[in-house]
Design a protein around this ligand. Structure first.
Ligand code: ATP
Ligand code: MG
Length: 420
């Protein structure tokens, strides 16, 4: 072991398990790529002010969890704690919304950073795949995103997850509700921090995870009873579209989520095998965010799914993804001349698209065959001086143990035929 270890709250993805992470990212992004979403990549850090405004001054993310720093040049930056603010910033900066082709549909995949108390399913560096549909107000778009996330989880074989759904209202009805909620909350026995939150963002108090707070919230006014007609109708359409698609959901009137920018549709995917870190993903509509970061009004909706927790959910359900062996053919040269010739064959196989590996470092036959078996390859190519003198190599089926001589110049054809 070296003197260095991965920083607290982080972990390394190593083979073979890392293949599961790649497969999860593929499974989540697959339905998006298939539905008109284009890939976007933004920097790992942004101007800190983007998150302060775009995520919200009163959120845990901004007040406690952000890795913010000043550069040698005096810029105030922060490692990105989430994806939406950056994606919207990039879309606005590139005028993607002005192409006359709304919504702008984007998907992303990457690393995010939050200074949290590390525990199972909660890390300081984690990975998300996300999607944003920018510039259109249409309940079908909200439904589309929820349906695509559901499809992604199902394609992985996950079953024990639930979709929680709520509406947070809009700029018409939310302020009325907000005032009513503040009245109610001011009558409770709350600590100073929470009292401050009541002033700045009272809805967040509903999201408080502490039992002592949750107990006092019985009887709190519910947003559902304050939704304006437009919000009610919008929400009803989202619900109908999900039902028509056969996607089951639960109405959860306390679901407000941690970020300030959500309006109307808000949802969370929770998995029942994960203990307290149960949210595998979440999202919602954020009609006001663009204006909050200095852009035009652009009603939008999006989600982010946590890759780390999705992998934990797979483990919780005992699902092992069917990941094909990385190597199909393993080449074992016996002697110097065989090394030279067989290395050429390996290159030819790879160029023909066959996943091939080679026994490097002049291993003996026994060790090399061990590596061949460990690689998961179906076939081994073994060549010694005598075979080569006759223009042959031995093709060994590693499952049956059967070995057949094949002419060197026919190896690529024979191997591709055998692998189907
Ligand atoms: P939580 O309530 O668990 O803190 P959150 O509301 O902060 O979650 P979001 O900001 O909505 O989470 O991020 C979307 C998804 O990213 C989460 O559902 C989760 O799967 C994942 N995620 C968020 N924070 C972490 C973290 N610190 N470690 C691992 N995954 C995370
Ligand atoms: Mg959080």
């Amino acid at each position: 072991m070296s003197t260095f270890q991965a920083p607290k709250g982080t972990y390394d993805l190593l083979p073979p398990n890392s293949a599961t992470y790649l497969a999860v990212r593929e499974a989540i992004s697959g339905p998006l790529k298939n539905s008109g979403y284009g890939y976007i990549e933004t920097p790992g850090f942004e101007n800190v002010e983007l998150f302060a405004r775009g995520v919200g001054e009163s959120t845990d993310i901004v007040t406690k969890e952000m890795y913010a720093f000043e550069t040698k040049g005096g810029d105030r930056l922060a490692l990105r704690p989430e994806g939406t603010a950056s994606v919207l910033r990039a879309a606005l900066e590139a005028n993607l919304h002005k192409g006359g082709n709304l919504p702008v549909k984007l998907w992303y995949s990457g690393s995010y950073y939050r200074y949290e108390r590390p525990q199972k399913g909660r890390y300081r560096h984690f990975s998300q795949v996300g999607a944003e549909a920018i510039g259109t107000e249409d309940p079908a778009l909200d439904a589309e995103l929820i349906i695509l996330a559901d499809q992604a989880y199902r394609s992985l074989g996950l079953r024990n997850f639930r979709i929680l759904l709520n509406s947070l209202g809009d700029k018409e009805c939310r302020p009325v509700y907000r005032a009513a909620l503040q009245d109610f909350l001011r009558g409770l026995d709350l600590d100073d921090d929470t009292r401050r939150r009541v002033d700045i963002n009272p809805l967040r108090v509903l999201d408080d995870k502490r039992e002592s707070v949750q107990r006092q919230l019985t009887g709190a006014p519910m947003l559902r009873d304050y939704l304006c007609e437009a919000c009610k109708a919008y929400h009803e359409q989202v619900r109908e579209l999900l039902t028509a698609a056969g996607v089951a959901f639960e109405d959860d009137e306390k679901l407000v989520r941690g970020l300030d920018y959500y309006t109307r549709t808000t949802f969370e995917f929770v998995h029942d095998g994960l203990g307290s870190q149960s949210a595998v993903g979440g999202g919602g509509r954020y009609d006001g965010l663009s204006e909050m970061i200095g852009g035009p009004a652009l009603p939008s909706v999006g989600w982010a799914l946590g890759v780390d927790r999705t992998v934990l959910a797979l483990e919780a359900e005992g699902i092992a993804l069917d990941i094909p062996a990385a190597t199909a053919v393993y080449a074992v040269p016996l002697g110097e001349e065989a090394r030279r010739v067989l290395f050429g064959t390996v290159t030819a196989l790879r160029r023909a698209g066959v996943a091939t590996d080679f026994a490097y470092g002049g291993k003996g036959l026994k060790n090399a065959m061990k590596s061949a078996n460990r690689s998961g390859a179906r076939l081994a190519l073994v060549a010694g001086e005598r075979d080569l003198a006759e223009g042959l190599v031995q093709l060994k089926d590693l499952e049956s143990g059967e070995q057949t001589p094949v002419a060197l110049d026919a190896v690529v054809d024979e191997v591709t035929r055998r692998l189907g």
